[in-house]
Design a protein around this ligand. Structure first.
Ligand SMILES: Cc1cc2nc3c(=O)[nH]c(=O)nc-3n(C[C@H](O)[C@H](O)[C@H](O)COP(=O)(O)O)c2cc1C
Length: 213
C-alpha cells in the first residue's frame, strides 16, 4: 500500500508514522512554570540529535482542538528555558502513564502518580527521585512547525545511578536498566529486558577478509 500524504488526514499520518517509527524512547519530562508549579509529561517524539554539543529533541504537539495553545511542557520550557528528561524504565511505566493524563494546569502530575522529586545538579527543575537516570537540559531552540513545537535541549548534566554505570567507558549498563519503548501509541510498549541482540560492526579490512557477520 502507498499513502500519498496529500490524500490522508493528519490523524492517519500520525497513525502511520508512530507505527513505523518504533520503538521510541520515552522522555518523562519535568518542567516548571515561572511561579514554580511542577509539571511532568511523557514524550516519545524524542531522541538525541547530536552529542558534541549534546542536544536532544522533543516533538510537542499543541493542545488538541485545532488551536495553537501549547501543552504545559512546551509553555514551561519556553518561559523558563529548562527541563529534565527522566528515563522511563519498566518500574516507572504506570506512573509515566498517569503523568500523560490531561490534568488541569494547576495539578502536579507527579503527586497524582506517586512520584517524588530530587534536586537537580545544574538546572532549577528537579528530577524524579524514582528515575534511575535523568538528563538536565537547557532550551537551545524551539522551532514551531505547523501545530507542533520541536524543542531542542542542550544537555548540561547527566544523572545515572551508580549501579547502571560501567566506569570503564563510562558506559551505561543498558541491559540492566530495563528501559521501555513506545510502539504504535495504542497503549503498546516494548520491554528491553532480555531483548538485546548483538551485531558488532565490521571494519572494511574484515569485510575484505571475508567476514560477513
Ligand atoms: C508514552 C507517551 C508518549 C507521548 N508522546 C508524546 C509526544 O511525543 N508528543 C506530544 O505532544 N504528546 C505526547 N504524549 C501525550 C502527552 O504526554 C500528553 O498530552 C500530556 O498530557 C501533556 O502534558 P502537559 O500539558 O503537562 O505538557 C505522549 C503520551 C504518552 C503516554
Amino acid at each position: 500500500m502507498n499513502f500519498a500524504i496529500q490524500d490522508v488526514t493528519a490523524r492517519q499520518v500520525y497513525n502511520l508514522l508512530i507505527g513505523l517509527v518504533a520503538p521510541r524512547p520515552i522522555a518523562l519530562v519535568t518542567s516548571q512554570s515561572e511561579s514554580g508549579q511542577l509539571n511532568a509529561a511523557p514524550f516519545s517524539a524524542y531522541n538525541y540529535v547530536c552529542t558534541d554539543p549534546p542536544v536532544l529533541a522533543l516533538g510537542v504537539t499543541n493542545r488538541p482542538g485545532g488551536g495553537f495553545a501549547p501543552k504545559d511542557t512546551a509553555r514551561n520550557i519556553r518561559r523558563t528555558g529548562e527541563f529534565v528528561v527522566n528515563v522511563v524504565t519498566e518500574d516507572l511505566l504506570q506512573a509515566m502513564n498517569i503523568c500523560a493524563t490531561d490534568f488541569p494546569e494547576e495539578v502536579n502530575e507527579l503527586e497524582m502518580a506517586g512520584l517524588e522529586t530530587e534536586v537537580s545538579s545544574v538546572v532549577r527543575v528537579p528530577r524524579i527521585r524514582q528515575a534511575h537516570a535523568a538528563l538536565e537540559c537547557r532550551e537551545h531552540t524551539t522551532l514551531e512547525i505547523g501545530r507542533s513545537r520541536i524543542i531542542l535541549g542542550e544537555v548540561v548534566s547527566v544523572y545515572v545511578e551508580d549501579q547502571f554505570v560501567d566506569p570503564a567507558g563510562p558506559y551505561i549498563r543498558a541491559e540492566e536498566l530495563h528501559a521501555v519503548g513506545r510502539m504504535n501509541g495504542l497503549g503498546s510498549y516494548v520491554r528491553t529486558r532480555d531483548a538485546f541482540l548483538h551485531q558488532p560492526r565490521i571494519s572494511y579490512a574484515e569485510w575484505l577478509a571475508g567476514k560477513r557477520s
